[in-house]
Write a protein that binds this ligand. Structure first.
Ligand SMILES: NC(=O)c1ccc[n+]([C@@H]2O[C@H](COP(=O)([O-])OP(=O)(O)OC[C@H]3O[C@@H](n4cnc5c(N)ncnc54)[C@H](OP(=O)(O)O)[C@@H]3O)[C@@H](O)[C@H]2O)c1
Length: 223
């Protein structure tokens, strides 16, 4: 793995490249979004991100998770990517859903690590939940509630594009760790963010790494 920017260097490890302060504010936790995209901007191949990823990208996901106490993910991603419980004992997985419809016998839900994030008027679920908003999740309120009720300080958001759109709509993305996969995927896969109003949230490039033709970029929100 080489670093291309800043200060070009060889033999960089993921841990040293991505270790950084992730300071939440008094109002809310730090939110770091991790995604992989094809060169033509698709986030899926055959309905999952697997075909875009490589072993280094999979290792990166685990390194980034190690900095977080809470993983925030959309319900559709949990279903398509067969999410299991997190490996670190202190971590929780918060799943944004409108329906609250899941197979609650799956290990993710029986592990005691899942929190379902729902609108106030969604059905009752048999696992811990955060209620925020009516008909639709108010993700800013949900994140503040994750902090006050579950002690979240650093949130690792892992998509999909719909949930990312909710975060972007509320300008909650403090950090974007974007892997650019060296392929043209075609198809109609979503881009990183869908459903957010047009905006120009300026991001500052923090680093670019390269491994096997994959680019590992890190951007910080320039507030
Ligand atoms: N390339 C990558 O890095 C990457 C990362 C993650 C995911 N993905 C891929 O992206 C795809 C999933 O992305 P996606 O955009 O379709 O779905 P998503 O963001 O993972 O989840 C969407 C879900 O959020 C809930 N939802 C939608 N709008 C809502 C609202 N206003 N309030 C509350 N909940 C709401 C719904 O849950 P209910 O259905 O439970 O109501 C909906 O199914 C999968 O194919 C996955 O493999 C790729």
């Amino acid at each position: 793995m080489q670093r291309l920017f800043p200060h070009p260097a060889d033999n960089i490890t993921l841990l040293e490249a991505y270790s950084a302060e992730r300071p939440g504010s008094a109002e809310r936790p730090w939110v770091s979004l991790c995604m992989v995209s094809s060169l033509d901007g698709s986030t899926v191949v055959d309905h999952t991100s697997r075909g875009l990823s490589n072993p280094t990208d999979q290792a990166l996901l685990l390194v980034l998770r190690s900095f977080a106490d809470t993983i925030l993910v959309g319900a559709s991603t949990v279903r398509h990517e067969n999410y299991g419980p997190p490996k670190a004992p202190h971590q929780r997985i918060a799943i944004v859903s409108r329906s609250g419809e899941f197979d609650f016998d799956l290990p993710l839900f029986t592990s005691g690590t899942a929190i379902v994030v729902l609108p106030e008027n969604a059905p009752v679920v048999p696992v811990p939940s955060v209620r925020a908003g009516v008909d639709t999740v108010d993700v800013a309120l949900a994140i503040r509630t994750l902090a006050s009720e579950f002690g979240s300080r650093v949130i690792q958001a892992e998509g999909g594009a719909t949930m990312n759109g909710m975060l972007a709509s509320a300008d909650l993305i403090d950090e974007l760790n974007l892997t650019v996969s060296p392929q043209l995927s075609g198809g109609n896969g979503s881009r990183l963010i869908v459903g957010a109003p047009a905006s120009a949230q300026r991001m500052r490039l923090a680093h670019v790494l390269e491994d096997d033709g994959f680019l590992f970029t890190r951007y910080l929100r320039a507030r």
